[in-house]
Write a protein that binds this ligand. Structure first.
Ligand code: F0G
Length: 461
């Protein structure tokens, strides 16, 4: 059999920036050990995020040229709305400038003080928008998701027993909706099965509560349903996508992921009443209802991107690249979340650096080691991100301390993946010598990881 090869070639290139260890030591100290503070030229391979970092196709670049910049009634908006409605079935669409803006607008309608919103490991901005409104996010993900040594094909699934418990404790009057994140970013880009989506729908119907999908990586989720779940192998990605969304009442979307654009988001809904309420907030926060913070050309490129993202050929090349990196790491004995997720490989930093105390930010320590070793920028998904309990102000220690190696769409080559894996291997070989981490010098009251300033705790070599 011939080896797998990407179904696209490169038309335009962008320089990368190699550096020395001495350079990086100075830069990261100046950045107060926060990888978000680095300048892009101080980074060699950037695996901070897959959000807005993908490469557009020639068809998307052409679509930009035909963007209609009319303030109201833009043709590009019509194209986008038709594409979204035909993919998801939702008739009402509101563009926003990115995913968190969609959350801001929709939650302004739906979330009230004292509410409780159960879901599967809410993304940090989703949780931020809930907690900002003095409501609570309850994580109802299945237990298997937080054990990287256990195999489960759908580690994004919700535990219906946990959902039931939230409803019993708080009562349905305090629960405006259930949120299902597809794929579940926080547990490792892990998919939710169609069977589980159906179970959540059934459960929600029992209480008469809407289901909202946080759908940033919905196409990757559909790929996993097709390739992992019984009964879906012969269906097209778009058929699966349509069925997935038929199980929800609405969605928020960060188009920077499976829209394969650099900026954008939207809300799509079945309910005209909620849509009408949301339009007021959209006009206040985002822009008029037919552009909502996006230019016409960007909406045109997004309409095209959504079509490309829902083809099997694209998804196969995307996911195979991510899994290639996972396989090389696994072969080297590095503990990673398995099965591999859609957009990233999550390294289990707790198992990788067992000698660093949890109070010293284990995953951040590993992400910083990786940067110093190689110029690769990854991101911490651990105690810094988990933030403090809003009431007690104590640190929340998550079950998993992870470093996310996030792969931008259609940007890097297999050699880049090999470079990242080799850098990880070098650190793994000296894991015993890393015994201490970092302490906080400054932190913001909410979503602290973006702006936190750290100081190295002396100890490790
Ligand atoms: N929901 C999920 C599941 C996400 O992963 C993100 C963003 C958002 C919502 C918010 O969307 O960035 O367009 O405002 N995730 C990025 C990441 C930032 O790196 O995982 P946004």
């Amino acid at each position: 059999m011939l080896p797998y090869a990407e179904p696209y070639k490169i038309k335009m290139i962008e320089p990368m920036y190699p550096s020395t260890r001495d350079d990086r030591e100075q830069w990261i100290k100046d950045a107060r050990y926060n990888l978000f503070n680095l300048k892009s030229h101080q980074v060699f391979i950037d695996l901070l995020t897959d959000s807005g970092t993908g490469a557009m196709s020639q068809e998307q670049w052409s679509a930009l040229m035909s963007g209609d910049e009319s303030y109201a009634g833009s043709k590009s908006f019509e194209q986008l709305r038709e594409t979204i409605t035909s993919l998801t079935g939702f008739p009402y669409v509101l563009p926003t400038h990115q995913g968190r803006a969609a959350e801001n607008v929709l939650f302004s309608v739906l979330v009230k003080e004292g509410n409780v919103i159960p879901g599967n490991a809410h993304f940090d901005t989703t949780k931020g928008h809930i907690e900002f409104r003095k409501a609570n996010a309850f994580d109802c993900t299945i237990d298997e998701a937080s054990d990287t040594s256990v195999y489960h094909p759908f580690k994004g699934n919700l535990d219906i027993g946990k959902l039931e418990n939230v409803f019993q404790v708080y009562g349905k009057e305090r629960i405006p909706f259930i949120i299902v994140t597809i794929t579940c970013n926080s547990t490792g880009g892990q998919p939710v099965s169609m069977e589980n989506m159906k179970a959540v729908r059934e459960f929600a119907d029992k209480y008469g509560i809407p289901v909202i999908f946080d759908a940033a990586r919905f196409a990757e989720n559909a790929y996993f349903i097709k390739t992992r779940e019984k009964g879906h192998k012969d269906r097209s990605v778009r058929e699966i996508v349509k069925e997935m969304f038929s199980l929800a009442d609405g969605m928020t979307m960060s188009s920077k992921k499976d829209g394969i654009v650099n900026m954008g988001g939207f809300i799509a809904l079945n309910s005209k009443a909620i849509f009408r309420e949301a339009t007021t907030y959209n006009i206040m926060f985002e822009g008029y209802i037919t552009y909502g913070g996006m230019s016409g050309r960007d909406m045109a490129a997004l309409a095209r991107g959504l079509k490309e993202a829902t083809t099997f050929a694209y998804l196969e090349s995307r996911i195979k690249q991510v899994h290639y990196l996972g396989e090389v790491l696994r072969e080297n004995g590095i503990p990673v979340q398995e099965p591999f997720g859609g957009h990233a490989i999550f390294v289990d930093a707790g198992r990788f650096l067992p000698r660093v105390p949890k109070e010293e930010f284990i995953a951040q320590t590993l992400a910083l080691e990786l940067y110093l070793e190689s110029g690769v920028r990854a991101v911490e998904i651990g105690t810094l991100l988990a933030d403090r309990n809003p009431e007690t102000r104590e640190n929340r220690y998550p079950k998993l301390e992870m470093v996310r190696l996030t792969i931008p769409r259609r940007v890097y080559t297999r050699n880049h993946m090999d470079y990242v894996a080799a850098a990880m291997q070098h650190i793994y070989q000296r894991q015993d010598t890393i015994t201490s981490g970092y302490k906080i010098r400054y932190e913001a009251p909410i979503m602290r990881h973006f702006t936190v300033e750290l100081e190295k705790i002396p100890g490790s070599v």
